[in-house]
Design a protein around this ligand. Structure first.
Ligand code: 5GP
Ligand code: MN
Length: 333
Protein backbone atom coordinates (compact mmCIF):
# COMPACT_ATOMS: atom_id res chain seq x y z
CA UNK A 1 0.00 0.00 0.00
CA UNK A 2 1.23 3.48 -0.89
CA UNK A 3 -0.12 5.52 2.03
CA UNK A 4 0.53 8.91 0.41
CA UNK A 5 -1.39 7.89 -2.69
CA UNK A 6 -4.38 6.57 -0.77
CA UNK A 7 -4.36 9.70 1.42
CA UNK A 8 -4.57 11.76 -1.75
CA UNK A 9 -7.37 9.59 -3.16
CA UNK A 10 -9.41 9.94 0.03
CA UNK A 11 -8.80 13.72 0.09
CA UNK A 12 -9.90 14.04 -3.53
CA UNK A 13 -12.82 11.60 -3.38
CA UNK A 14 -16.26 13.13 -3.67
CA UNK A 15 -18.14 9.94 -3.02
CA UNK A 16 -16.92 6.81 -1.27
CA UNK A 17 -18.59 3.40 -1.31
CA UNK A 18 -17.77 0.76 1.31
CA UNK A 19 -18.62 -2.86 0.49
CA UNK A 20 -18.34 -6.12 2.40
CA UNK A 21 -19.05 -9.82 1.90
CA UNK A 22 -22.29 -11.83 1.57
CA UNK A 23 -24.02 -12.88 4.79
CA UNK A 24 -22.14 -10.15 6.63
CA UNK A 25 -20.88 -11.05 10.10
CA UNK A 26 -19.77 -8.91 13.04
CA UNK A 27 -16.39 -8.13 11.50
CA UNK A 28 -17.91 -7.25 8.11
CA UNK A 29 -20.48 -4.85 9.58
CA UNK A 30 -18.24 -3.56 12.39
CA UNK A 31 -15.34 -2.72 10.10
CA UNK A 32 -17.62 -1.19 7.44
CA UNK A 33 -19.51 1.03 9.88
CA UNK A 34 -16.28 1.96 11.69
CA UNK A 35 -14.75 3.20 8.43
CA UNK A 36 -18.07 4.82 7.43
CA UNK A 37 -18.18 6.86 10.65
CA UNK A 38 -14.56 7.90 10.20
CA UNK A 39 -15.10 9.09 6.62
CA UNK A 40 -18.33 10.90 7.46
CA UNK A 41 -16.64 12.64 10.40
CA UNK A 42 -14.08 13.87 7.88
CA UNK A 43 -16.92 15.42 5.91
CA UNK A 44 -16.86 12.82 3.15
CA UNK A 45 -19.95 11.61 1.33
CA UNK A 46 -19.99 7.86 1.86
CA UNK A 47 -22.28 4.83 1.92
CA UNK A 48 -22.06 1.20 3.01
CA UNK A 49 -23.46 -1.41 0.60
CA UNK A 50 -23.91 -5.05 1.65
CA UNK A 51 -24.86 -7.88 -0.74
CA UNK A 52 -27.65 -9.17 1.54
CA UNK A 53 -29.13 -9.13 5.03
CA UNK A 54 -27.23 -9.44 8.30
CA UNK A 55 -28.40 -10.64 11.73
CA UNK A 56 -30.53 -8.43 14.00
CA UNK A 57 -27.97 -8.78 16.80
CA UNK A 58 -25.66 -6.45 14.83
CA UNK A 59 -28.26 -3.73 14.30
CA UNK A 60 -27.43 -1.83 17.53
CA UNK A 61 -24.37 -0.37 15.82
CA UNK A 62 -24.62 3.36 15.21
CA UNK A 63 -25.75 4.26 11.64
CA UNK A 64 -26.52 0.62 10.76
CA UNK A 65 -29.84 1.94 9.40
CA UNK A 66 -27.93 3.80 6.66
CA UNK A 67 -26.72 0.54 5.09
CA UNK A 68 -27.97 -0.23 1.56
CA UNK A 69 -28.84 -3.85 0.71
CA UNK A 70 -27.90 -4.80 -2.84
CA UNK A 71 -30.38 -7.68 -3.09
CA UNK A 72 -33.32 -5.48 -1.99
CA UNK A 73 -32.36 -2.16 -3.59
CA UNK A 74 -30.21 -3.07 -6.55
CA UNK A 75 -30.89 0.10 -8.55
CA UNK A 76 -30.16 2.41 -5.61
CA UNK A 77 -26.97 0.47 -4.85
CA UNK A 78 -25.84 0.66 -8.48
CA UNK A 79 -26.45 4.42 -8.48
CA UNK A 80 -24.21 4.79 -5.44
CA UNK A 81 -21.45 2.76 -7.09
CA UNK A 82 -21.75 4.70 -10.35
CA UNK A 83 -21.41 8.02 -8.52
CA UNK A 84 -18.43 6.88 -6.48
CA UNK A 85 -14.78 7.65 -7.16
CA UNK A 86 -13.37 5.44 -4.39
CA UNK A 87 -14.55 1.98 -3.33
CA UNK A 88 -13.42 0.09 -0.24
CA UNK A 89 -13.65 -3.71 -0.19
CA UNK A 90 -13.64 -4.87 3.41
CA UNK A 91 -13.25 -8.39 4.82
CA UNK A 92 -13.29 -10.20 1.47
CA UNK A 93 -10.55 -11.25 -0.93
CA UNK A 94 -12.44 -11.99 -4.16
CA UNK A 95 -15.38 -10.41 -5.99
CA UNK A 96 -17.13 -13.79 -6.00
CA UNK A 97 -17.60 -13.29 -2.23
CA UNK A 98 -20.03 -10.41 -2.85
CA UNK A 99 -22.26 -12.17 -5.40
CA UNK A 100 -23.91 -10.06 -8.11
CA UNK A 101 -22.55 -6.88 -6.56
CA UNK A 102 -19.13 -8.09 -7.74
CA UNK A 103 -19.94 -7.32 -11.39
CA UNK A 104 -20.95 -3.77 -10.54
CA UNK A 105 -17.74 -3.18 -8.59
CA UNK A 106 -15.63 -4.79 -11.30
CA UNK A 107 -17.10 -2.52 -13.99
CA UNK A 108 -16.75 0.65 -11.93
CA UNK A 109 -13.96 3.04 -12.90
CA UNK A 110 -13.51 4.21 -9.30
CA UNK A 111 -10.26 3.68 -7.41
CA UNK A 112 -10.48 0.57 -5.28
CA UNK A 113 -8.90 -0.45 -2.02
CA UNK A 114 -9.02 -3.84 -0.31
CA UNK A 115 -8.65 -3.99 3.48
CA UNK A 116 -8.76 -7.63 4.55
CA UNK A 117 -7.22 -10.48 6.52
CA UNK A 118 -7.96 -13.40 4.16
CA UNK A 119 -5.31 -15.20 2.15
CA UNK A 120 -4.55 -14.77 -1.57
CA UNK A 121 -6.45 -11.60 -2.46
CA UNK A 122 -7.67 -11.49 -6.03
CA UNK A 123 -6.40 -8.66 -8.23
CA UNK A 124 -9.20 -6.19 -8.77
CA UNK A 125 -8.09 -3.15 -6.73
CA UNK A 126 -5.36 -0.47 -6.89
CA UNK A 127 -4.54 -0.66 -3.19
CA UNK A 128 -4.23 -3.57 -0.81
CA UNK A 129 -3.97 -3.34 2.95
CA UNK A 130 -3.91 -7.06 3.73
CA UNK A 131 -2.52 -8.87 6.75
CA UNK A 132 -3.44 -12.54 6.97
CA UNK A 133 -2.02 -12.73 10.50
CA UNK A 134 -4.38 -10.03 11.71
CA UNK A 135 -7.37 -11.28 13.74
CA UNK A 136 -9.95 -9.13 12.00
CA UNK A 137 -10.61 -6.50 9.38
CA UNK A 138 -11.84 -4.26 12.21
CA UNK A 139 -8.33 -4.25 13.70
CA UNK A 140 -6.95 -3.41 10.24
CA UNK A 141 -9.32 -0.43 10.02
CA UNK A 142 -7.90 0.82 13.32
CA UNK A 143 -4.36 0.39 11.99
CA UNK A 144 -5.30 2.03 8.68
CA UNK A 145 -6.77 5.10 10.41
CA UNK A 146 -3.56 5.20 12.45
CA UNK A 147 -1.47 5.08 9.25
CA UNK A 148 -3.53 7.97 7.90
CA UNK A 149 -2.39 9.94 10.95
CA UNK A 150 -5.91 10.24 12.32
CA UNK A 151 -5.90 8.00 15.40
CA UNK A 152 -6.89 10.99 17.54
CA UNK A 153 -10.07 11.38 15.52
CA UNK A 154 -11.54 8.07 16.77
CA UNK A 155 -14.90 8.42 18.49
CA UNK A 156 -16.89 6.20 20.84
CA UNK A 157 -19.13 5.13 17.90
CA UNK A 158 -16.14 4.08 15.80
CA UNK A 159 -14.66 2.30 18.83
CA UNK A 160 -17.87 0.31 19.43
CA UNK A 161 -18.19 -0.80 15.79
CA UNK A 162 -14.55 -1.90 15.63
CA UNK A 163 -14.76 -3.53 19.07
CA UNK A 164 -17.63 -5.66 17.78
CA UNK A 165 -15.63 -6.71 14.70
CA UNK A 166 -12.62 -7.75 16.75
CA UNK A 167 -14.77 -9.45 19.40
CA UNK A 168 -16.74 -11.59 16.95
CA UNK A 169 -13.74 -12.60 14.78
CA UNK A 170 -11.60 -13.58 17.80
CA UNK A 171 -14.32 -15.55 19.62
CA UNK A 172 -14.27 -12.84 22.32
CA UNK A 173 -10.48 -12.41 22.34
CA UNK A 174 -9.58 -16.09 22.65
CA UNK A 175 -8.39 -17.36 19.26
CA UNK A 176 -4.62 -17.50 18.65
CA UNK A 177 -4.91 -14.49 16.32
CA UNK A 178 -5.53 -12.35 19.43
CA UNK A 179 -2.28 -10.52 20.21
CA UNK A 180 -1.01 -7.99 22.73
CA UNK A 181 -1.68 -5.35 20.09
CA UNK A 182 -5.32 -6.50 19.86
CA UNK A 183 -5.72 -6.03 23.61
CA UNK A 184 -4.02 -2.61 23.44
CA UNK A 185 -6.46 -1.56 20.74
CA UNK A 186 -9.39 -2.84 22.81
CA UNK A 187 -8.04 -0.90 25.81
CA UNK A 188 -8.00 2.23 23.64
CA UNK A 189 -11.64 1.58 22.68
CA UNK A 190 -12.61 1.33 26.36
CA UNK A 191 -10.82 4.63 27.03
CA UNK A 192 -12.91 6.15 24.26
CA UNK A 193 -16.04 5.05 26.12
CA UNK A 194 -16.90 1.80 24.32
CA UNK A 195 -19.10 -0.35 26.56
CA UNK A 196 -17.63 -3.84 26.17
CA UNK A 197 -20.11 -5.54 28.48
CA UNK A 198 -23.05 -4.02 26.60
CA UNK A 199 -21.61 -5.07 23.23
CA UNK A 200 -21.26 -8.67 24.43
CA UNK A 201 -24.86 -8.56 25.64
CA UNK A 202 -26.14 -7.16 22.33
CA UNK A 203 -24.43 -9.91 20.34
CA UNK A 204 -24.55 -12.94 22.63
CA UNK A 205 -27.48 -12.43 25.03
CA UNK A 206 -30.27 -11.50 22.68
CA UNK A 207 -31.23 -14.98 21.45
CA UNK A 208 -34.82 -15.81 20.70
CA UNK A 209 -36.25 -18.82 22.53
CA UNK A 210 -36.40 -20.58 19.13
CA UNK A 211 -32.71 -20.03 18.55
CA UNK A 212 -31.69 -21.54 21.88
CA UNK A 213 -33.99 -24.53 21.31
CA UNK A 214 -32.51 -25.00 17.83
CA UNK A 215 -29.04 -25.20 19.40
CA UNK A 216 -30.34 -27.74 21.93
CA UNK A 217 -31.90 -29.82 19.16
CA UNK A 218 -28.79 -29.64 16.98
CA UNK A 219 -26.51 -30.76 19.82
CA UNK A 220 -28.72 -33.57 21.13
CA UNK A 221 -30.21 -34.90 17.88
CA UNK A 222 -28.07 -33.78 14.96
CA UNK A 223 -24.44 -33.90 16.04
CA UNK A 224 -22.38 -36.86 14.86
CA UNK A 225 -19.06 -37.42 16.56
CA UNK A 226 -16.24 -39.47 15.05
CA UNK A 227 -13.63 -40.00 17.79
CA UNK A 228 -11.66 -42.16 15.33
CA UNK A 229 -11.12 -39.08 13.12
CA UNK A 230 -11.11 -36.40 15.85
CA UNK A 231 -14.00 -34.89 13.92
CA UNK A 232 -17.65 -34.04 14.41
CA UNK A 233 -20.40 -32.38 12.42
CA UNK A 234 -23.93 -31.07 12.75
CA UNK A 235 -26.35 -31.12 9.83
CA UNK A 236 -29.62 -29.19 9.53
CA UNK A 237 -32.25 -29.41 6.82
CA UNK A 238 -34.54 -26.59 5.66
CA UNK A 239 -37.45 -28.38 7.28
CA UNK A 240 -35.68 -28.50 10.64
CA UNK A 241 -34.71 -24.84 10.40
CA UNK A 242 -38.30 -23.88 9.61
CA UNK A 243 -39.50 -25.92 12.57
CA UNK A 244 -37.44 -23.59 14.79
CA UNK A 245 -38.55 -20.44 12.96
CA UNK A 246 -35.00 -19.89 11.65
CA UNK A 247 -33.84 -16.26 11.37
CA UNK A 248 -30.62 -15.05 9.80
CA UNK A 249 -27.79 -15.47 12.31
CA UNK A 250 -29.49 -18.20 14.37
CA UNK A 251 -26.81 -20.79 13.51
CA UNK A 252 -23.92 -18.35 14.02
CA UNK A 253 -21.40 -19.93 16.38
CA UNK A 254 -23.08 -23.35 16.32
CA UNK A 255 -20.10 -24.97 14.57
CA UNK A 256 -17.89 -24.10 17.54
CA UNK A 257 -19.73 -26.46 19.92
CA UNK A 258 -18.44 -29.74 18.40
CA UNK A 259 -14.93 -28.26 18.44
CA UNK A 260 -15.22 -27.82 22.20
CA UNK A 261 -15.34 -31.61 22.72
CA UNK A 262 -12.03 -32.79 24.15
CA UNK A 263 -9.88 -34.20 21.33
CA UNK A 264 -12.01 -32.95 18.44
CA UNK A 265 -9.98 -30.84 16.03
CA UNK A 266 -12.25 -30.62 13.00
CA UNK A 267 -15.89 -29.54 13.12
CA UNK A 268 -18.46 -28.81 10.45
CA UNK A 269 -21.94 -27.38 10.26
CA UNK A 270 -23.72 -28.57 7.14
CA UNK A 271 -26.83 -26.53 6.41
CA UNK A 272 -29.43 -26.89 3.71
CA UNK A 273 -30.08 -23.43 2.21
CA UNK A 274 -32.82 -22.57 -0.27
CA UNK A 275 -30.70 -23.27 -3.36
CA UNK A 276 -27.66 -25.20 -2.17
CA UNK A 277 -25.89 -26.63 0.85
CA UNK A 278 -23.52 -24.48 2.88
CA UNK A 279 -20.64 -25.76 4.98
CA UNK A 280 -19.11 -23.91 7.87
CA UNK A 281 -15.79 -25.42 8.95
CA UNK A 282 -13.62 -24.94 12.05
CA UNK A 283 -10.41 -26.64 13.15
CA UNK A 284 -7.29 -26.42 15.27
CA UNK A 285 -3.87 -28.04 15.69
CA UNK A 286 -2.56 -27.68 12.12
CA UNK A 287 -5.54 -29.10 10.28
CA UNK A 288 -6.23 -26.41 7.67
CA UNK A 289 -9.88 -26.13 6.73
CA UNK A 290 -9.35 -23.45 4.08
CA UNK A 291 -7.49 -26.01 1.95
CA UNK A 292 -10.21 -28.60 2.65
CA UNK A 293 -12.98 -26.14 1.71
CA UNK A 294 -11.17 -25.05 -1.42
CA UNK A 295 -10.43 -28.54 -2.65
CA UNK A 296 -13.79 -30.16 -1.97
CA UNK A 297 -16.46 -27.50 -1.42
CA UNK A 298 -15.81 -24.49 -3.71
CA UNK A 299 -14.82 -22.38 -0.74
CA UNK A 300 -11.99 -21.06 1.36
CA UNK A 301 -11.33 -18.66 4.21
CA UNK A 302 -8.90 -18.75 7.09
CA UNK A 303 -6.79 -21.75 8.08
CA UNK A 304 -8.95 -22.53 11.12
CA UNK A 305 -12.27 -20.98 10.03
CA UNK A 306 -13.60 -21.52 6.53
CA UNK A 307 -16.70 -22.13 4.55
CA UNK A 308 -17.90 -23.56 1.29
CA UNK A 309 -20.89 -24.96 -0.54
CA UNK A 310 -22.17 -28.06 -2.24
CA UNK A 311 -24.58 -28.51 -5.12
CA UNK A 312 -25.40 -32.08 -4.06
CA UNK A 313 -28.42 -32.88 -1.91
CA UNK A 314 -28.04 -32.64 1.87
CA UNK A 315 -27.84 -36.43 2.19
CA UNK A 316 -25.24 -36.72 -0.58
CA UNK A 317 -23.21 -33.86 0.88
CA UNK A 318 -23.15 -35.62 4.23
CA UNK A 319 -22.04 -38.87 2.56
CA UNK A 320 -19.30 -36.99 0.70
CA UNK A 321 -18.18 -35.34 3.93
CA UNK A 322 -18.04 -38.65 5.82
CA UNK A 323 -16.04 -40.25 2.97
CA UNK A 324 -13.60 -37.33 3.12
CA UNK A 325 -13.07 -37.89 6.85
CA UNK A 326 -11.78 -41.37 6.00
CA UNK A 327 -9.49 -39.91 3.37
CA UNK A 328 -8.11 -37.31 5.78
CA UNK A 329 -7.69 -39.71 8.69
CA UNK A 330 -3.88 -39.50 8.68
CA UNK A 331 -4.03 -35.70 8.88
CA UNK A 332 -6.65 -35.73 11.61
CA UNK A 333 -5.18 -38.22 14.05
P1 5GP B 1 -18.56 -18.93 8.48
O1 5GP B 1 -18.35 -20.38 8.74
O2 5GP B 1 -18.55 -18.11 9.72
O3 5GP B 1 -19.70 -18.67 7.56
O4 5GP B 1 -17.28 -18.48 7.64
C1 5GP B 1 -16.01 -18.56 8.21
C2 5GP B 1 -15.03 -17.97 7.25
O5 5GP B 1 -14.97 -18.79 6.10
C3 5GP B 1 -15.40 -16.60 6.73
O6 5GP B 1 -14.77 -15.62 7.48
C4 5GP B 1 -14.89 -16.60 5.33
O7 5GP B 1 -13.55 -16.22 5.37
C5 5GP B 1 -14.87 -18.04 4.92
N1 5GP B 1 -15.95 -18.45 4.01
C6 5GP B 1 -17.20 -18.82 4.33
N2 5GP B 1 -17.90 -19.18 3.25
C7 5GP B 1 -17.04 -19.08 2.20
C8 5GP B 1 -17.15 -19.34 0.80
O8 5GP B 1 -18.17 -19.77 0.29
N3 5GP B 1 -16.04 -19.09 0.04
C9 5GP B 1 -14.88 -18.64 0.58
N4 5GP B 1 -13.84 -18.41 -0.22
N5 5GP B 1 -14.75 -18.40 1.90
C10 5GP B 1 -15.79 -18.61 2.69
MN1 MN C 1 -13.16 -11.04 9.22
Amino acid sequence: MNIEEIKKEINQANYIVITTHKSPDGDAIGSSLGLYHYLKNRGKRAIVIVPDAFPDFLKWMSLSDDIVYFDKDQEIAENHVNQSDLIFSLDYNALSRIGELGKVIEESKANKMVIDHHQNPQEFANHYYVDTDCCSTAQLIYEFINELGDINSLTKDIAECLYCGIMTDTGSFRYPSTTAKTHQIIAHFLELGANGAKIHEHVYDTYSEHRLRLIGYALTQKMKVFPEYNAAYISLSQEELKQFNFQKGDTEGLVNYPLSINGIKFAALITEKEHDISLSLRSKDNFYVNEFANKHFQGGGHIYASGGKSDLSLVDTITKFEELLKEYKSKLV
